[in-house]
Design a protein around this ligand. Structure first.
Ligand SMILES: [Zn+2]
Length: 433
């Protein structure tokens, strides 16, 4: 089974590459839209010129039409791609792929889609998403999910972009091409071959995250409808939060969250790594005042966030007075947050928006690790905010399988099916052949 993977630039957001360099240990082979396939010496440079792909080699530049397919000269060979636009992500500086690269000119930039076997995609996701020290059963669970997600992504890339999934963890799953597999990675893939997560006869939405910190979350408290932006969207029966052990009574009340945070070693399957389990950041009012108004303004320009930010009528941000969590999901995730300012109230909803609102260069903070959090605020003698301390659990959205918990379950002797069925109750692992 083949899959089409959109290759983004180094910011993991854009699809438009300005210039590409492709190489392969063997020669490359090109299949232009018009004319016969032909061999190319490695490496080749590519750029776009007004809707036409131009291949540059030492002999000169050659326009090859709107689209060209490039592959390694030998069957099954590996092709390396370096994009002039990948500077920001070290993981993607140069990526090696197995398959065919479909390069299309869009104006003066290039779009890249990797056409590859589903199992090659699973391999790349496993290598990009799972630490190589993980237990075999945890890795097998992740292989089943990677395969499932490839068959049923959350976002409608197919209609919008002409591929099945992109390679960014911000949207889909991390996929930075293939490296040499460890023996255990190989075994995780081959021993689960063709197995996927199924609900009511079709591939399930296999969401997963890094660490939930005690309790996983319901889908509808973290994600909006990918088409209508409705938030919360309808619940998904198999994406309901589950406790990872014994939590303080009344969880997720703020009181219970504070009690959990204070425990040196909670009795949960994900507390083996306390550095993943909980975190704390502290921001001065000065640091908040210096950046938050600008960050909110930027988020309002991004269609991914804009619908989830509501300001006072003046549209002005004002001086920050205090922060307040509104509703919480079953894991304690803030569904919405109120920022009280001198201009009125700002309502920020959905976990990624809330996390992103705290981006702060002074604190070297890109976003909060999660939105399963609570605030401690200090005020000066005039009653003005002087500092906020944010305490939180885990990292990522916390919906579906969490990797730290899966590793904990595997350490306790659970097999991959038991691990998956713990996180996706009512969905089952099935073979597609
Ligand atoms: Zn995507």
């Amino acid at each position: 089974m083949q899959i089409r993977v959109g290759i983004k630039t180094g910011d993991l957001i854009q699809l438009d590459h300005s210039h590409l360099t492709l190489s392969s240990r063997d020669a490359l082979r090109a299949k232009p839209t018009l004319g016969e396939p032909y061999a190319l010496r490695s490496p080749v440079g590519l750029r776009a010129d007004d809707g036409v792909v131009v291949i540059k080699q030492t002999g000169g530049a050659q326009p090859v039409g709107n689209k060209v397919l490039l592959e390694a000269g030998k069957p099954g060979g590996i092709i390396s791609l370096a994009s002039a636009s990948t500077g920001k992500s070290a993981a993607k500086a140069t990526s090696a792929y197995r398959g065919i690269l479909e390069i299309t000119a869009k104006g003066n930039s290039l779009r890249v889609v990797l056409i590859t076997d589903l199992e090659n995609y699973v391999q790349g996701v496993l290598q990009s998403e799972v630490p190589s020290y993980f237990k075999l059963e945890a890795m097998k669970a992740q292989a089943v999910l990677a395969r499932t997600y490839g068959l049923r992504p959350r976002l409608p890339h197919k209609q919008l972009d002409g591929f099945d999934v992109c390679d960014s963890f911000l949207h889909c799953q991390a996929f930075y091409g293939v490296k040499v597999l460890t023996g255990m990675q190989q075994e995780a893939i081959t021993s689960t071959k063709n197995q996927i997560l199924v609900y009511e006869g079709r591939p399930a939405l296999a969401m997963f995250s890094a660490c939930a910190g005690g309790h996983t979350e319901d889908y509808q408290y973290c994600f909006s409808d990918p088409v209508t932006n409705a938030f919360p969207p309808p619940a998904i029966p198999y994406l309901q939060g589950v406790p990872e052990g014994t939590l303080p009574a009344g969880y997720p009340s703020e009181k219970a969250m504070r009690a959990l945070f204070a425990m040196p070693k909670p009795d949960t399957d994900d507390s083996w790594s306390m550095q993943h389990f909980k975190w704390r950041v502290s921001l001065s009012a000065d640091a908040l005042e210096a950046h938050m108004h600008h960050v909110i303004e930027q988020l309002q320009k991004d269609p991914q966030f804009a619908p989830f930010i509501k300001g006072p009528q003046s549209g002005k941000f004002g001086h920050i007075k205090s922060f307040e969590v509104g509703k919480r999901g079953v894991a304690g995730t803030a569904i919405n947050m109120r920022i009280k300012t001198s201009e009125g109230n700002w309502e920020i909803s959905k976990e990624l928006t809330i996390r992103s609102a705290f981006q702060n260069p002074d604190a070297k903070l890109k976003r909060l690790r999660s939105a399963r959090l609570f605030f401690d605020q200090s005020f000066d003698s005039l009653g003005l905010l002087s500092r906020i301390q944010i305490s939180g659990f885990g990292s990522g959205h916390g919906v579906g399988l969490q990797q730290i918990g899966a590793q904990g379950l595997a350490t306790r002797g659970k097999n991959y099916k038991q691990i998956i069925e713990h996180y996706y109750r009512t969905a089952v692992v099935k073979s597609i052949e």
